[in-house]
Design a protein around this ligand. Structure first.
Ligand SMILES: [Zn+2]
Length: 57
């Protein structure tokens, strides 16, 4: 079942650490980011899309 688990555990593409959820000013907005600052993923509920940001050093 590890294949299915991997579908739901989102990881940083750079360091493979699970992303952590962050609280925002808007309850319907979801932001998940790498604790090491490589990657950020933000849900825009109005458009139902995810915006992904990879932070290059
Ligand atoms: Zn990372």
């Amino acid at each position: 079942m590890s294949f299915f688990k991997n579908l739901f555990v989102e990881k940083c593409p750079t360091c493979q650490v699970p992303l952590i959820s962050q609280s925002t000013a808007f309850p319907s907005q979801i932001v998940k980011s790498c604790p090491n600052g490589h990657y950020e993923k933000e849900k825009h509920p109005a458009f139902d899309i995810w915006v992904e940001t990879e932070k290059k050093e």
